[in-house]
Write a new protein. Structure first.
Length: 287
């Protein structure tokens, strides 16, 4: 994957960069920042298989562990546009957590369709910018494991910049998500939304190996249009990206909630809307 327009054969056969993809500028920024995303979308005609596993751990009491796995096939239609259909799996192990049913559950959760459009190419501009949109449908709630009918979408602006050539990279994201959930057990319908700011900095130790740090500021709302704030949280943690081969890469992060609060709760951290820890491991194969 990569964002630089194709030129001559010498550029197209450049050495593999982070994430296991051939690209002209030597670094594929999409997945080198953990939860934060870079602006690269791949070269025209490229196909990528991706498995993204996001785990969440810890509430105020009891035992709380969840895993959400999104599997996607990404196809880059042009140097500026990519589509990616996908399906989601989930698992929960919840015991003795206030407000949650005890649950040990593995399920097929739903489906998504991602669109990405690159507006500014960082190879020919001071920074890169890609717009992201992903509508989706879920039949099981990721956080609780309850049977639901859930429709939603997320939107993002993904900025990145190469600070020092082939060494230091930075990214900044603005995210907005909204959704409607109807619980099967009660028939009740709820709307919620989230606003988030992501930032990350990473260093290329050697070709194909990058380590860094990422942070996120999350605000959760009741209502689909950022209507009533319900809580906020700040996460920080290390990131990594490693190319196993020229076409296969892994990347991930482990982040800890270091600040936050839920509305109406004076205790430290927001453990009503978020978890103590969130981790991600992503596997990508390029063709």
């Amino acid at each position: 994957m990569g964002g630089k327009p194709q030129s001559g054969p010498a550029e197209r056969t450049a050495a593999p960069g982070p994430g296991g993809s051939h690209h002209a500028e030597g670094a594929d920024t999409e997945h080198i920042f953990g939860f934060t995303m870079g602006s690269d979308i791949g070269q025209a005609g490229e196909i990528e298989l991706e498995m993204e596993n996001v785990a969440a751990f810890g509430k105020r009491d009891g035992r709380y562990n969840t895993l959400a796995t999104l599997n996607q096939v990404k196809y880059t239609l042009s140097d500026r546009f990519r589509i990616a259909p996908g399906f989601a799996l989930g698992a929960q192990r919840i015991d003795g957590v206030a407000g949650f049913d005890d649950r040990h559950h593995v399920s097929f959760n739903g489906a998504t369709l991602e669109f990405r459009a690159k507006l500014i190419d960082r190879a020919s501009a001071p920074f890169g910018l890609t717009l992201h949109a992903q509508p989706g449908w879920n039949r099981v709630d990721d956080g609780s494991g309850l049977r639901v009918e859930q429709y939603g979408a997320e939107f993002a602006a993904l900025f990145d910049r190469e600070l020092v050539k082939d060494r230091w990279f930075a990214a900044f994201n603005i995210w907005y998500g909204t959704g409607m959930t109807r619980a099967h057990a009660t028939g009740l319908t709820a709307h919620d939304s989230e606003f988030a700011l992501h930032g990350a900095l990473t260093y290329q130790v050697k070709p194909g190996l990058l380590i860094g740090v990422g942070t996120r500021y999350l605000r959760s709302y009741d209502g689909g249009g950022l209507d009533r704030l319900s809580g906020e949280a700040v996460y920080v943690g290390p990131t990594f990206s490693y190319s196993l081969t020229s076409t296969l890469g892994i990347s991930g992060t482990w982040q800890f909630q270091v600040a936050g609060h839920a509305v109406g709760d004076g205790r430290r951290l927001d453990l009503d809307n978020h978890e103590r820890q969130q981790a991600m491991l992503r596997i990508n194969a390029h063709f």
